[in-house]
Design a protein around this ligand. Structure first.
Ligand SMILES: [Zn+2]
Length: 115
């Protein structure tokens, strides 16, 4: 069963290795969709939404909220941010991480499934 939670966070970034709108310091409201893959248990749940929400926020997304992304990683493009989130979550979740989708704008997003 695939189980997902949606998160939003606000952050600033500056892409130093890119020439375009994201070259200058500015912010985005990012949307993240984290999906895990786990069999449904006897209680009827694959993973409690509340547990997923708490873990993802505390171990990954919350660390970036209202921050300057360049303080956390080099060249924080959507691609680099989603890999950063994946690495934070892969060891923090008690179930298999299936996919992370990161929206930088309402119409621009990346999808990562590891490797
Ligand atoms: Zn940007």
């Amino acid at each position: 069963m695939l189980v997902s939670k949606i998160f939003n966070f606000h952050a600033a970034h500056q892409l130093t290795e890119y020439h375009g709108d994201c070259e200058r310091l500015h912010g985005h409201t990012y949307k993240v969709i984290v999906t895990i893959d786990h069999p449904v248990q006897e209680d009827g749940l694959a993973l409690d939404f509340a547990v997923l929400e708490k873990l993802v926020w505390e171990k990954a997304v919350g660390l970036l909220d209202h921050s300057f992304l360049n303080d956390h990683m080099k060249n924080p493009s959507a691609e680099n941010i989603v890999v950063w989130l994946w690495r934070k979550l892969i060891g923090a979740l008690p179930v298999k991480l299936h996919e992370i989708v990161l929206y930088e704008t309402p119409t621009s997003f990346v999808t990562y499934r590891g490797a």
